[in-house]
Structure formats: C-alpha cells, structure tokens
Design a protein around this ligand. Sequence first.
Ligand SMILES: Cc1ncc(COP(=O)(O)O)c(C=O)c1O
Length: 392
Amino acid sequence: MAHPSAPLLAALADATEDGIFFDLAGIRRGYDTLRRELPGVDIRFAMKSCPVDEVLACLASAGAGVDGASPRELEQALRAGVPVDRMHYGNTVKSDRDIADAHRLGVRDFATDSVEDLAAVAAQAPGARVFCRLAASGDGALWGLSNKFGCSPADAVRILETARESGLTPSGLSVHVGSQQMTADAWHSAVECLADVLAVLGRRGIVLDHVNLGGGLPALGYLDRHGRPLEPPLDKIFAVVREGMRHLREVHGEHLAFVMEPGRHLVADHGAIRAHVARLAERRRPDGEPRHWLYLSCGKFNGLYEMDALQYPLVFPTHPDDEHLPAVVAGPTCDSDDAYPQGHALVHVPRELASGDPVWVLASGAYALSYTTQGFNGFAPLPYTCVGGGRP
Ligand SMILES: Cc1ncc(COP(=O)(O)O)c(C=O)c1O
C-alpha cells in the first residue's frame, strides 16, 4: 500500500477548491526506483496515463522517453522537452495521416501488428523502424487490453519479414500484459512467447535490436472492488522481468536492448484529487431497503473514470473521528454510470458529512485527466497543480 507523500498531503490540506495534484518528486523517486530494479531497461513513459507537461519534463530530465499514441501526444512530448530519439509511436492503430504527421515530427520508431498498418508505415514513413506487438491474454490484469491489439507469433514473423522487404528496419517485438497486472506469471508467459518468436526470427536471419515489455506495472495504492488494498507482487514481478531479460538475451544475443512503457505505475500513487461532498443522502430502494449515497464533486467523467474496476482510498479530513455508515459512492453528474457499480462493496463514510466538506481521493494520478470529459453536464475538468519540484 502506497502512502501519499508529505508534499501531496500538504497541498491537499491547503486546497480550498477542487483540483488534482501531482507530486513531481514522488514521480521522480518512482522512476529512479524502477531504473534500479530493472537495470538496463529504457523507460518510455506511457504519456496517455498523465499527459501533463511538468510530468513529461520531469521524467525527461531524469532520462525517460515517451510512448505516444497519436501525433498530438508526440508533439506535446516534444514541446515538453522529450528528445525525439527517445519517443516512439506505440499505437498500432493509425491513419496514413497520423503516420505522416509523426514522421514529420521526426519520430522514427513505430509499433505495428498488421501488414496493412505496416504498408502504411512503409509509404508514409519510409525507412522507419518498426516493432511488432504480440497479443497477450491479459489474464491477471484489471484491464486486459487483449482484444484490440497484438498479433499471433506466426503473424509477427510474417510482418517483420515483410518489413525487411519493404525497406523498413524490423527493430523489435513488444507485448503488453494488461494494465494493473496483478501476477508475475503474466510476464513469465510473455517472455516465453517472445523467446519463441525471437528464435524463429533468428533462424530467418532477422536480428532485432530490442524488446519492449510494455506497460502493465501495477500501482500500489488502489483498493479492490471490496475496498481491500490491492497488493500486487511487485518484487516478484521485477524478479521475473530481470530473469526474462537474461533468458531473451540468451536466445537472441547479448546485444538485445529492453524498453518498458509504464504509465500508471509511475504516476497513480503520486497524484491525488481534492474534491468535495455534494451530498450525503438516504433513499429507499423500490424494495423498501434504505441506502445511503455519497455524491462527490468528482466521478467517472471528471477524474475517476476507472471507478468501475477499483476503489480509491478516500480521506475525509474534517471528520477524523466521526461514526461511519456504509454508502454507495457516486459522482456529481446526472448519469447513472457515474457511480461505483453494483458489486463494489459499500464504502464506510462519516455520518455527519455535509455538502462542501473536502474529500481527498488518493492514488488517482493515472488516467484521471486524460479520461476526463470536456465538461459533461457542465462539470469542468479538474485544474491540476504540480508540487514537489521534480528533484528527489
Ligand atoms: C501501448 C501501451 N503502452 C503502455 C501503456 C501503459 O499501460 P499501463 O498504464 O498499464 O502501464 C498502454 C496503456 O493502455 C498502452 O496501450
């Protein structure tokens, strides 16, 4: 379980209006720890998880690159100071124009998983480097990401051979084991699949220069649907990744470099939302059973998009010693999806909460701003503030 840092708590305590806060020093510390745990792995931050200039600049100054999913993201990363040779276009879904725009920006590394996409890369970004994404089951992850992306081992071989014939450089293989991956086994299976494909490629005379082990590294601060701390086996995951790298180098050669694209692992626990209570209300259901509802000023459409798969730790700073009662937590909009779904345990909240009382939503730094709507129902996106300065 991750605890919010002192600067983050101080910012939350000082806030008089709603907003989201990011602790840059905490993000930087997390990056340094990751580099220590996985020596030799180049980190390309999945900026979709937190497309905030200060966060990008902080990570770039520490040596990180960026995994971008569109020309607009890549352009933002460039503006924030990420060197172009440390970024790649990691989305396998892109139009001709997307590819041409990214190429114009100077991006030379592209993910792919189909011959159609590959042909477009060859046409719009001649001579580029391509890495092929292998499909993974997504088992063990809160969000599997399994259907939409990645190809079979046989297709990967075909695609990389076609790349070579098309004047592109077949540079790597990638895999994503699913977001908030809770098992080390997922990486073990991914490594086995990568090893098989690398062996076949080697026999066909294709020598890749890197393997991209994707995102999926878990955050530590979430609660599960039942309100219990999620406790991902992070040390075991790191050990399996280190061993996997050793094995893949054995199969394909010591020259093989490694990249990872963590998103939530780097930012989730270093961001927190200051929201407020809209209302604590009691309603009877049609069957006559009473139920309390805690409506917050933020929810699925303005900061808590991922509330259908997890719970966030909530702090009620003005009610430290109140008696509690069980309630459904919901957001402020006039939309029934904007609530913890059925199947989530009720949350114990202070009985005396009043409209306007501050609420701190911890571990909410990932996919909060990026999944926020433009202002659904007139609820504006949360303004953000960075604290911590970026040095550990
Ligand atoms: C290609 C790619 N890389 C990295 C990530 C980041 O994943 P995570 O936030 O689980 O680390 C994603 C998430 O969707 C992704 O699609």
